[in-house]
Design a binder for this molecule. Structure first.
Ligand SMILES: Cc1cc2nc3c(=O)[nH]c(=O)nc-3n(C[C@H](O)[C@H](O)[C@H](O)COP(=O)(O)OP(=O)(O)OC[C@H]3O[C@@H](n4cnc5c(N)ncnc54)[C@H](O)[C@@H]3O)c2cc1C
Length: 532
């Protein structure tokens, strides 16, 4: 029997953004349900990290300077007003976690709020959400949205993976407002913590008519020991890199060494040592980043004296900036009643063409979560749950094939591998060129037709979830590739080998969307501002 629930606000995704959204909605008085694909409290990319938040005291001069510095790096695509908003919301909201999280204390005796230990942070957020009254459905991926006839969101449908195995249990939640906090899309690159980040929310929203923005800025990469998914990159600030013949690789003056390393990796294996890390830092590393040493210990390598092979893990939109376009200050998407938060939403507003890594992204997840949760609660209060009205489940590819299907599991595997062949090789993603992008788009369009027409989900819970994930991966790959082709210049994270310079006529955001036919268009608002 399926689980049928009704609530004011439904939050889909229980990472950083989803938890903050759920807390805000519940504190605003809304009955709130949160559904996570994994276990809320351990899933999401932050659970493996040590997230630092953008933290600027309420001194007008300091805040103006912080905004101005970041805005100068955003290459014309950010919005200082949104930056100021997240600084303020983060400053006021993060300390409210103190009842659930033991912040370290600075030498001045002040709690150090801004940087937290990821695993404890997520556990604390779960406790905070439960204390606020949020009902949590763990291991309960959402598969599709429900829409009213007027185009507004009515709730979602999904599966409970651990109930009634192996078939699982279907769930339907009718809600007055829905927040998508499903994270970014890392194309199953093996980035630690990102297994669930397959772009499901992007696909669900696009099926409802939402547009995306900034999908070309999806090329952030992190260095890691070659056999490890471990992506704690701070230690690599002290790394030296070598090729197979022991020659040191010149990584240039830039702190971002992604491109020189990718070039070297395309030519052969690359090795690193952390020999330059100062002894005092080495001594405390096991306390501040215990997990970073584990892969070395397992292999009997001393990374401070020995060379070890490295790789680069692609992060897609996780620490890129692309995601669902936001139509207003409340983080509402183009679909009435549907909000987006964290990595599921575009982060161009605060990071522009560069990654917001190192503090902005967590502040964004917290702030966009808080605003969207609050706004979804208001929508539910004003319009009611509308649970008695008719609503349609609108999921297509991976749920309802247009023709009689093929073997769901085999096709899912084929689609996933096909996407990865276009989205993971460094020469296709980091050194983009028009002819290669065009070929990729043709391949991905063909994969989409297969997903749309033939992808049968099967009957057990795993193949149903995987089929939908495969469809979402294909959809995200198409929007990413189409915008990368349309942006015929190099700007921030988006690098074109055939157009290496910045083009002033492209100082606008690029929107994208569409399922059967993908499209890309200039964001008229910012384009006009740039011209004026
Ligand atoms: C290694 C690493 C270190 C980082 N360090 C920093 C830092 O120091 N400072 C900083 O600002 N930023 C940092 N970031 C970025 C920051 O962690 C992210 O921006 C932030 O975690 C985003 O939160 P989120 O909730 O949007 O996504 P996530 O944390 O990825 O959560 C998404 C959640 O959605 C769930 N989900 C997915 N699909 C579905 C579905 N169909 N149904 C239900 N649930 C679903 C997932 O299970 C997951 O729980 C780091 C990122 C990484 C990878």
């Amino acid at each position: 029997m399926s689980l049928q629930l009704e609530t004011d606000v439904l939050i889909i995704g229980g990472g950083l953004a989803g938890c903050w959204a759920a807390i805000a909605a519940a504190q605003a008085g809304a009955d709130t349900i949160l559904a996570d694909k994994g276990y809320c409290g351990t899933s999401g990319v932050t659970a493996t990290a040590g997230p630092n938040h953008w933290w600027v005291p309420p001194d007008p001069e300091k805040r103006a300077q912080a905004v101005s510095e970041r805005n100068n790096r955003a290459l014309g695509l950010a919005d200082p007003r949104w930056m100021a908003r997240i600084i303020d919301t983060t400053w006021r909201t993060l300390p409210t976690l103190a009842d659930y999280y033991q912040h370290s204390i600075t030498t001045d005796g002040v709690p150090h709020y801004q940087s937290l230990r990821g695993p404890e942070y997520l556990r604390a957020l779960r406790r905070y959400a439960e204390a606020a009254g949020v009902r949590i459905l763990d291991h309960s991926p959402a598969l599709e949205l429900l829409l009213h006839a007027d185009g507004s969101v009515a709730g979602a449908r999904g599966l409970r993976r651990q109930v009634n195995p192996p078939a699982g249990q279907d769930w339907t939640v009718r809600a007055g407002g829905v927040v998508l906090a499903t994270g970014g899309c890392a194309f199953l690159s093996k980035l630690l913590g990102s297994r669930n980040n397959t772009g499901d929310g992007h696909l669900m929203a696009a099926e409802a008519g939402a547009r995306l923005s900034g999908m070309e800025f999806s090329t952030y990469h992190t260095v890691a020991e070659r056999h490890s998914t471990q992506t704690r990159s701070a230690s690599y600030a002290f790394a030296d890199y070598f090729d197979a013949d022991g020659r040191q690789i010149d990584t240039g003056p830039d702190t971002d060494v992604t491109l020189p390393l990718a070039r070297a990796l395309l030519a052969g294996p690359v090795y690193a040592t952390l020999a330059r890390m100062p002894p005092d830092l080495r001594a405390i590393l096991p306390q501040i980043q215990p997990a970073i040493l584990l892969p070395f210990q397992r292999q009997g390598i001393d990374p401070f004296t020995q060379r070890f092979a490295i790789t680069l893990h692609g992060e897609g939109t996780v620490r890129g900036t692309g995601g669902l376009r936001l139509a207003d200050d409340d983080c509402q998407t183009d679909v009435p009643g549907l909000y987006a938060a964290g990595d599921a939403a575009t982060r161009e507003l605060i990071a522009g063409a560069v990654s917001g890594g190192g503090a902005q992204n967590s502040a964004w997840a917290l702030s966009s979560g808080t605003w969207s949760g609050h706004a979804a609660a208001s929508t539910a209060r004003i319009q009611g749950r509308r649970a008695g009205e008719a609503a349609d489940a609108i999921g297509g590819a991976g749920i309802r094939p247009r023709t009689a299907g093929g073997d769901g599991a085999a096709l899912t595997h084929h689609l996933t591998q096909g996407v990865q062949a276009e989205m993971l090789p460094y020469d296709k993603i980091l050194f983009r060129r028009a002819p290669v992008l065009t070929r990729s788009l043709d391949t991905l369009d063909a994969l989409w037709r297969e997903a749309r027409d033939r992808l049968t989900p099967g009957t057990d819970v795993t193949t149903r979830v995987r089929a939908r994930e495969a469809a979402a991966l294909v959809a995200c790959a198409r929007w990413t590739t189409a915008t990368a082709l349309a942006r015929g210049e190099s700007r921030g994270l988006h690098r074109r080998e055939d157009a290496p310079a910045l083009d002033a006529t492209l100082s606008h955001r690029l929107l994208s969307g569409g399922l059967d036919r993908t499209w890309v268009a200039a964001d008229a608002g910012l384009a006009q501002a740039a011209v004026a």
